[in-house]
Design a protein around this ligand. Structure first.
Ligand code: 13P
Length: 287
């Protein structure tokens, strides 16, 4: 059975590692993440953006696919199905669809509105036994059409959001969705430390996990980060492996055009990226 993410993240925070949220985009992605989590005996969170859900038809299509795949593959490690950067409507749709976790992202609203709306979703999630993530201070860059200014979070606002009873908190600390630009100044650990001190010990979330150097990941974990989101890195490794297959003309020999062959190198590349993330975040063997 899929689980909500609260317990797995509290365990990670207590034991000093982070659980990866790997965003899924299609059937191959989902199977790649689930099989590698099982092989590495690692907990994992499957992240789904509104854009990815639309691509896969609907949130309920995704939930049905994930639940069936989880069962048919005989997965026994803890897996949560989580809405990434949800709007009001998307949160309602995921609650209806049987997701086990939601993120309400009210970071683009004036703070008072973010606080009021987050409170509403905390109560709803609680009533449904789902876990809930909130966001303060926008993550920079673009995530499936959600564009953030990259504001560093105000620790006082984090304290107020944490007090609502959210299970884990995403705070902008200079992190960016997508590939980090040349000359990126890095994560603001000063602010991260302050946020940790005022948010009552709840697990913190680091978005924009693609390309963050290992030493920054370790430091973030030591300061209370227990969930790290990765999306772009799997897309890049999938694209590179698929490009190589085609450039080597493998789609033109034998039945190399068969999607089960054409997508196989990309599928394996996603698996390897996921494995590297589990190792880097310290979640191997923590299921
Ligand atoms: P990246 O695409 O930069 O890995 O970020 C993923 C993310 O934060 C999903 O919410």
């Amino acid at each position: 059975m899929l689980v909500n993410a609260k317990q797995m993240l509290e365990k990670a925070a207590a034991e000093g590692y982070a659980v990866a949220q790997i965003n899924i985009n299609n059937l191959e992605w989902t199977k790649a993440v689930l099989t590698m989590a099982q092989e590495q005996s690692s907990p994992v969170i499957l992240g789904v953006t509104g854009g990815a859900a639309k691509y896969m038809v609907s949130f309920s299509t995704v939930a049905a696919m994930v639940k069936e795949m989880f069962k048919s593959l005989g997965i026994t490690v803890p897996v949560a199905l989580h809405l990434d950067h949800g709007t009001d409507t998307q949160c309602y749709a995921c609650i209806e669809a049987g997701f086990t976790s939601i993120m309400f992202d009210g970071s683009h609203y004036p703070f008072a509105e973010n606080l009021a709306k987050t409170k509403e979703f905390v109560e709803l999630a609680r009533a449904k036994g789902m876990s809930i993530e909130a966001e303060v201070g926008a993550i920079g860059g673009e995530e499936d059409g959600v564009v953030g200014a990259g504001d560093v979070a105000d620790p006082e606002e984090c304290r107020q959001i944490a007090e609502l009873g959210v299970d884990f908190l995403a705070a902008g600390i200079g992190n960016i969705h997508g590939v980090y630009p040349e000359g990126w100044i890095g994560l603001d650990f000063d602010v991260l430390g302050k946020i940790r001190d005022v948010s009552g010990g709840i697990p913190l979330v680091l978005h924009g996990g693609t390309g963050i150097p290992a030493e920054m990941i370790q430091k973030a974990i030591s300061l209370g980060v227990a969930k790290i989101n990765v999306n772009t890195e799997c897309q890049l490794s999938f694209a590179a492996a698929t490009r190589k297959y085609i450039e080597e003309g493998k789609d033109k020999t034998g039945k190399g055009f068969d999607p089960r062959k054409l997508l196989a190198p990309g599928y394996e590349a996603i698996r390897q990226t996921v494995k590297e993330k589990f190792e880097l975040f310290g979640s191997v063997g923590k299921a």
